[in-house]
Design a binder for this molecule. Sequence first.
Ligand code: PLP
Length: 372
Amino acid sequence: MIYLDYQATTPVAPEVVTAMEPWISEKFANPHSPSRWGREAEAAIEVARKDVLKSVGLGGGSIAFTGNATEALNWALKGTVEKAPRGRNRIITVATEHAAVRDTCEWLAGQGADLTILPVRNDGILDLELLERELDERVLVVAVMLVNNEIGVLQPISEIAKMAHEAGALMLCDAVQALGRVDIAEGPDLVAVSAHKIHGPKGVGALWMRKGAEPAPFMHGGGQEQGLRSGTLSPALCVGFGAAAKLASERINKDYDHVLRLWAAATRALGPAWEINGSVRHRYFGNLNVRKEGVDGARLIADLRDIAFSLGSACASGSGRPSHVLKALGLDQRKARSSIRLGFGRYTSDDELIDACERISAAAYRQEKLKA
Ligand code: PLP
């Protein structure tokens, strides 16, 4: 199989497997128990926490581990609303956010929050003038992702955070697709990340919190994670996240250069008939979302079962719903259906990517010929 679905999840790094192994087998102690073994597990979690903190790279702040980024984003939004000062009940977000943000915001709107969902330009980027017009003293939080999971474009999160702060609001950034791939720019107060997008294990995420911006507790119970997120932590998962984060910090430039080369090879192999969805300049280059007039993306996936690629987000692909992100770029249903996403990274070789792109192009050509 040629794996080109790096936005859905990434292969677990061998270094991560090695780091996790003892914590799944002989080192089974509860990290919150006072025994020597418990303290050893706790110490390993604290090393991992530092490595995740360092990989976020914002200096200061703290990390609370969560079950995944979806939990971190739910917590950040709901816990911020719970602590909202009187008179601040507006949430501003963007049409191209992941469902973990969008659906949580919609749920909060159902509970009485005043929600504004801003459109994006047709390159996928938020127009800051639109945001400026919406910001006022009633805004509590502005939630904008850094790297889009479907089309790879980058939002100007520093500027957005600065504008949010000027209005007295907090800024939440979903940096799930950014961690370890691009630098997370200064500005956000809350940042959600996930281990399995950076060659770590599934089942662990984290919320980075600037001091003073901590949301109200989300999970109640044993008081772990400074009372903010109760529940016994998994040393194996936390250690795996830490190892993946450390590796990502060490390799960020090398991985980025590799991805740039792969992007050039892939666009060359696909040829000029494929149009890129979203800004070509302001993007992470390990996400190539392209469309070709008249092609049926779902059929391409069915025809090429030994190449793992997708239509957009893993969730959107499963539901058969056209992508809300492509719709937000102004693409009609036909164009959205002719789009596919190729995601590649650290363990993708030039040869396999070129082979996959050539076979995708040939399969698209066969579709066209059958129609003619
Ligand atoms: N945000 C973005 C941008 C994502 O791509 C994903 C995963 O697809 C999530 C949030 C949710 O992450 P998790 O799988 O850790 O819940």
